[in-house]
Ligand binder design. Sequence first.
Ligand code: NAP
Length: 428
Amino acid sequence: MDNVAHIPSYLSAEHLGPWETYLVQIDRVEPHLAADLRPLAPILTRPKRALIVDVPIRLDNGEMAHFEGYRVQHNLARGPGKGGIRYHPDVTLAEVMALSAWMTVKNAVVNVPFGGAKGGVRVEPKTLSLAELERLTRRYASEINIFLGQDKDIPAPDINTNEQVMAWIMDTFSMNEGKTAMGVVTGKPVSLGGSLGRKDATGRGVFVTTVEAAQRIGMSIAGARVAVQGFGNVGEAAARLFADAGAKVVALQDSTGSIHNPGGLDVRAAKVWSLAHHTLIGAPDSEPIDNADFWGVDADILVAAAMENQITTANAGRIRARLITEGANGPTSPEADLILQERGITVIPDVLANAGGVTVSYFEWVQDISAFFWTEEEINARLDRIMREAFAAVWDAARAKGIALRTAAFVLGCERVLAAHQMRGLYP
Ligand code: NAP
């Protein structure tokens, strides 16, 4: 069992930022690393390089606005940087650093040949017109151009970015290069070299890893009650797949509020409602509930698929689910993690649970480079196999060492990254 003493005393555990959360996680993992790799662990506590860019754009009313953007390459030991781009008003350098570091670990856990990177722009995209969003995206892509390339750093969607944004990035990079460069970004539209199955891939990975965990703790998915926080790319796909497998999705939450139906919500109808009304509130056959009550909903499975730091000491004691799957990156604070462990709740950590997206991004990159495209059946079968194998490796290691799944996943991922460093040696 991990111990609360692993949180450095100079940090108030309730106010850990995402980068500090990541450092605490590395702190907890270090004692479990192979003895010959342990001295290399400090490499993981620093990003390799980080870029801060000004993104000035002309607004539709003729005025100029400035936004701050970032691209961080945390580690490139195992391959080019890979990780999404986030548009959100809370984006900071520290957050992007943490997200890039989690990508390093995640890519190694599912053993795709990428390092970890991440990008973001501090902006509320809902306040921009489509034309302003395109100008923001193209200027940001140009500013981080020096980092990008199919063999250097390959972005993908994250919060508030989608296949249209990826298409603009691909086009901007291609214009600057004077050639069509499909492999520079993943999560593109299928008409532009995107991969079948990519849209649902993260939610599918969430679903597959949850099925694997449920089997091992003696829980049946059919009839299981599921609560999902976040109803975007990850949360909606996961909720739909659970419903299709016979589970009851009893609660959903987006940034505007939470809805509940103990008999089961109609996920597809909720999606149609949310697209039309930009909120889940009012979706067919649902009752609104307080966001605080969402965490205490009677459910067997809880999927956290929104933002960082959502499961904290404020709500970890009230969660009734036996199984939590982290669709989001960093949704559980280090202190809450210990509370969940003590309560015997199984947590499938982000670096494993949400790795389905980057796995199919890897497939997309391979398809673009080889200019040969696979069927959706092939993609889903390969994704399911990779997710199941990664889950089994993490589960078995956790059992063998008597550690939490998160620690086991980090040990697996970090050892792969550090082994690459060990073999490459220190330049010069
Ligand atoms: P998304 O499509 O933008 O959806 C985010 C969802 O979370 C939306 O429903 C949003 O509500 C909701 N949300 C935002 N802030 C919230 C809050 N404070 N409380 C409750 N709900 C909130 O983003 P996404 O791509 O699904 O990403 C979700 C998480 O998964 C992120 O942590 C991301 O890093 C992680 N992830 C994504 C991928 C991927 O392939 N997309 C892969 C791995 C990990 P509104 O609709 O009302 O804004």
